[in-house]
Design a protein around this ligand. Structure first.
Ligand SMILES: Cc1cc2nc3c(=O)[nH]c(=O)nc-3n(C[C@H](O)[C@H](O)[C@H](O)COP(=O)(O)OP(=O)(O)OC[C@H]3O[C@@H](n4cnc5c(N)ncnc54)[C@H](O)[C@@H]3O)c2cc1C
Length: 614
């Protein structure tokens, strides 16, 4: 048994370990031929284990602390600085030696560097526990690690073009909202990551183009101001949300009937109780109010409840008339879930009703794509890559994950690279997720589609009210009534003038499904002619087709499992079940909304973190 006081003993231990390491590195630099990752990591591991084992022999102060804590408790600032210098020397030795050998070895160095070797970290705790323990010491340690992460990324730019077989802590595949939320969460904790996005921009299904000065969202989409995760992650001032009118104008028998939110537009809602209002009976309107109240005051939130019902079943359970379902709910909810048959899980109906009751329909002033832009703007630019398509994912030794990436470099050349990660977050659409995992999943494989048609115009139908217009005649039962294309329509430039250049307006018309038999021009002509019946020639005569977006996979099918869907998205875990250390995020793991996608990404990052040491 050693008789030195604990502080002296620990200092001596740490010095002898680092000295041992230095010697080992010196020796190894002389014989680089056998300098393999295995040798290096096993030496490091052995030395670290020896250090931990020895340190555990010295319980003092009656506290059962980890080694790192013991050292911190008893070290003077001078000793602390000396230890820091020692550590840096070892790191730099390791880096220099590794830089002259294979890239794989560089990786090992980085791994150890980021795991605060030679001092083992405290056992990992749950995310919340870690947050609770936000002590000064922990903060200082984090800050130190943060500085190191920056140094690391600047000295070895995380560019996938640079070299093959690069390794990082987490590889995120997919730069949609889910992937970006995962990256945001990891970056917050200084966990090294690399995000690979196959297309030429970030945001996935939530992207926006600017065409001739018009802001065109890739498909008509709405930001609900009550989305909890969105509100948590975004700077709302920067998004500059502009609101729609709380309600809709429903087209029926050559005129519009207003269905208004009675709590926000009471005066407009009263006429809807009259018998001549053709969109549902007075009882239907009362029921709408009751449903809203119920979803707000339920103790358990809609998506956390159990359900094996479709929306259609839920509406009939409530007692809504067929007219109300066909004239209002089918076009309204069909426009949200791209499924006018209303076979979507009824929890999503409750979720939407609750969200509408608690918040408002909005558009960010710079378009839906502003959400992704805001997130990307806060990420380390060396860690996010577009035009980088992951072709293959596999597990390699030690449970690490290896991905093969095809990318286009800055010179426009196509290259292939291999990247390794301790963990991988797969944040791609359901079918692509199955392709990469080599699995088949009922819930993921099928999707619902939509087509969005944009026109420029001189004036909107109603310049004062930013309305959503619905076709109340399109559906008769689930089979459909009229053979028209347009389901819903709006003038985004009335919601936010930023959507169109000065003096002009933008009209957006949505079709459920993709009419593959029609060309863009044919779709444009048919939609314009339908809208001229809605709004009159005086409005549509100035319509000029700007763009047609065909989106065959807008959302996964969200049928409850008891009705032929797969395992329900809200009950899924982060585990892929098919590959080790590969976790799944994306809207097929939660409600297929902006909020659900963001939540799934954050959850995955937290799970990956709590499930292993970075
Ligand atoms: C037209 C439309 C309207 C919508 N309206 C609303 C709405 O009003 N409100 C709402 O809340 N939600 C709406 N949604 C749903 C919402 O947009 C999605 O649920 C959400 O954006 C999904 O995000 P995600 O990150 O899960 O997937 P995605 O956005 O699809 O992101 C996946 C990313 O992975 C990339 N990728 C795929 N394969 C690879 C690969 N092999 N390698 C690298 N990268 C890959 C893709 O390019 C993509 O960028 C709408 C969706 C659409 C299409």
């Amino acid at each position: 048994m050693c008789c030195l006081p604990p502080r002296a003993r620990d200092t001596r231990e740490s010095l002898s370990v680092t000295k041992g390491l230095k010697d080992e590195m010196q020796r190894r630099r002389c014989s680089r031929a056998d300098y393999s990752q295995k040798n290096i990591s096993s030496t490091l591991k052995r030395d670290r284990d020896t250090f931990v084992r020895r340190s555990k022999c010295f319980p003092f102060c009656g506290r059962r602390n980890t080694t790192e804590e013991k050292i911190c408790t008893f070290s003077t600032p001078l000793e602390e600085r000396q230890k820091e210098r020692e550590r840096e020397m070892v790191y730099s030795l390791l880096s220099r030696a590794a830089a002259t050998t294979t890239t794989t070895t560089t990786t090992t160095t980085q791994k150890w560097r980021s795991s605060s070797f030679p001092f083992p970290r405290k056992k990992k705790k749950g995310w919340n526990d870690a947050n609770k323990e936000n002590t000064g010491r922990r903060r200082r340690r984090r800050r130190r690690r943060g500085i190191r992460a920056v140094v690391q990324s600047s000295s070895t730019p995380n560019n996938p073009d640079d070299d093959d077989d690069e390794t990082t802590s987490v590889i995120i595949v997919g730069g949609g909202l889910a992937g970006l939320a995962a990256a945001t969460r990891l970056q917050k904790d200084n966990i090294p990551y690399v995000l690979l996005e196959s297309s030429d921009g970030f945001g996935g299904r939530a992207r926006t183009d600017v065409v001739n000065g018009y802001t065109l969202d890739r498909g008509f989409a709405i930001y609900l101001s009550s989305y909890e995760e969105c509100n948590r992650i975004f700077d709302l001032d920067d998004l500059d949300l502009r609101t729609f009118y709380a309600g809709a104008d429903v087209r029926f028998e050559n005129r519009f009937y207003r269905v208004a939110d009675p709590f926000r537009h009471t005066a407009d809602a009263l006429p809807s109780l009259l018998p001549e209002h053709k969109i549902g009976s007075p009882l239907d309107k009362v029921l709408v109010g009751l449903v809203r109240l119920q979803t707000v005051f339920l103790r358990v939130k809609p998506l956390q409840r159990e359900s094996e019902k479709t929306i259609e079943e839920r509406l009939s359970e409530f007692g809504f008339s067929d007219e109300m379902v066909d004239r209002f709910f089918r076009p309204f909810l069909g426009g949200i879930f791209f499924n006018p048959e209303l076979t979507t899980d009824s929890r999503l109906f409750d979720f939407v009703m609750r969200s509408l009751a608690l918040g408002e329909n909005c558009l960010p002033a710079k378009g839906i794509g502003a959400m992704a832009e805001q997130l990307v703007g806060k990420l380390d630019e060396n860690s996010v890559h577009k035009n980088a398509k992951v072709e293959e994912i596999k597990n390699v030794e030690d449970g690490a994950v290896e991905v093969r990436v095809n990318m286009v470099n800055k010179e426009g050349q196509k290259t292939t690279s291999i990247k390794r990660g301790k963990k991988c977050i797969l944040a791609v659409e359901g079918p692509e997720c199955d392709r990469l995992l080599g699995t088949k999943d009922k819930q993921r494989e099928k999707g619902v589609g939509t087509t969005c048609v944009y026109f420029s115009c001189d004036k909107p139908y109603d310049a004062k009210n930013p309305m959503l217009y619905l076709d109340g005649e399109k559906y008769k039962g689930s089979k459909g009534g009229k053979k028209t294309l347009v389901n819903n329509c709006c003038f985004p430039s009335v919601v936010s003038p930023t959507y169109a250049p000065n003096g002009k307006h933008l009209c957006s018309a949505s079709i459920i499904g993709v009419p593959s038999e029609l060309s863009d021009e044919q779709i444009g002509e048919r939609v314009k002619s339908e809208l001229s019946e809605w709004f009159g020639e005086s409005i549509t005569s100035s319509f000029e087709l700007l763009k047609v977006y065909r989106i065959p996979f807008a959302q996964p099918v969200q049928t409850p499992s008891a009705k032929g869907g797969g395992k329900n998205a809200f009950e899924q875990t982060c585990e892929s079940g098919a590959m080790k250390n590969v976790y799944l995020a994306g809207d097929h793991r939660d409600a297929a909304t902006f909020d659900g996608a963001l939540m799934s990404g954050r959850r995955c990052a937290e799970y990956a973190k709590s499930n292993g040491m970075f």
